[in-house]
Write a protein that binds this ligand. Structure first.
Ligand code: AHM
Ligand code: MG
Length: 337
């Protein structure tokens, strides 16, 4: 009888390939998995616990928080702050760095997360998720702003967990992308999707069309060409999908290819996009690149962006490589006039 590989087993196997591994990272990932199982349970209980709906508060982004945004943030912080593996945390829901309480030891890693991505979908019972990114900080010290402001290419690990028909964790430590499904019977994530890859070509795009009037010309041009179908310059029909949960759109791209855009928006110069670099664009971008896709702002590889603030927003274009390259080329042509 062959037993499915659990997430912990998978990470320990990877750790054994490294000479200098201490096991710290394996334990940290285990704690993240426990947090996500707790979140999965809280999300799954939905209306039974009376926790759907707004919390009547705003986060640092000025967005109205759902009750579950706050609950899932508390689960992440409570599950990770005591472990001794972290020097600090950053969450979409908290303005400042989340320090490790003085009574707990501090480790060398930094955790950045969006505890409940796509939370506008929670009340309509659609897929939501948790996104996380792990960076290295300075061991034993309280993490400072500069410790967090690292390019996405420096990520040690990135992942997201989908709370959909199945609960799944998608993970990269820089050696490809693997998917694990939560087996509710044994309470463990087990390896179900090995070496996930994004096809280079696609005929499916994901964008919130209601923002069209605010896009720049290169994105207008790209979507217009897709919409022209078989008789247009692309000479093939395109399909459109938009879940309004980046985790769900990213997972679809990991399974059958596609392109996702939340592009630069001219409405507000202080917000050059909706999505946040450090705990949304970078971790998803790292995963998509590791699966053979690409992730860009339209003008720069996402993982090369030098961050200047914890909650910085960026334009996001990710997915099948040839389409991302095409959109980058449209931006270059536009910028050259
Ligand atoms: P959130 O982290 O507050 O949930 O916002 C991020 C989400 C993404 O998951 C999704 O792609 C996007 O916002 C949807 O935005 P819109 O409602 O403008 O379509
Ligand atoms: Mg989010």
């Amino acid at each position: 009888m062959s037993l499915q590989i659990t997430l912990t087993q998978f990470i320990i196997n990877q750790q054994r390939l490294l000479d200098d591994a201490t096991g710290d990272f394996t334990l940290l990932l285990n704690d993240i998995a426990v947090a996500c199982k707790r979140i999965s349970h809280a999300v799954n209980r939905g209306a039974i616990t009376g926790k759907l709906g707004s919390a009547n508060s705003e986060n640092v982004q000025g967005e109205t928080q759902k009750q579950l945004d706050i609950i899932t943030n508390d689960i992440m912080v409570g599950s990770l702050e005591w472990t001794g593996h972290l020097a600090g945390m950053v969450s979409e829901e908290i303005d400042d760095i989340i320090a490790i309480p003085a009574q707990y030891p501090k480790g060398k890693y930094l955790a950045l997360f969006d505890p409940l991505d796509g939370s506008s979908n929670i009340d309509v019972n659609l897929t939501v998720g948790t996104i996380f990114s792990i960076l290295k900080g300075q061991e034993g010290h309280d993490a400072k702003l500069d410790d967090f402001l690292q390019q996405g290419s420096k990520q040690v690990c990135a992942g997201f967990v989908l709370y959909g028909p199945s609960t799944m964790m998608i993970l990269t430590t820089g050696h490809g992308v693997n998917g694990f499904t939560l087996d509710q019977d044994i309470g463990e994530f087990v390896l179900t999707h090995e070496n996930m890859t994004v096809p280079e070509d696609t005929s499916e795009f994901a964008i919130n069309m209601s923002n069209q009037q605010f896009w720049e010309q290169p994105v207008q041009r790209y979507i217009d060409e897709c919409m022209q179908g078989a008789k247009g310059v692309r000479e093939k029909p395109f399909n459109m999908r938009w879940v309004a949960s980046m985790v769900a759109d990213a997972y679809r791209i990991l399974t059958r290819g596609g392109i996702f855009l939340y592009p630069l928006d001219r409405r507000n110069p202080d917000k050059p996009g909706k999505l946040r670099l450090m705990y949304e664009a970078n971790p998803i971008g790292f995963i998509i690149e590791q699966a053979g896709g690409a992730c860009s702002t339209g003008r720069e590889r996402m993982l090369d962006v030098c961050p200047c603030a914890l909650h910085q927003r960026v334009p996001v274009i990710l997915g099948s490589k040839n389409e991302v390259d095409r959109i980058d080329a449209y931006h270059r042509q536009y910028d050259l006039g």
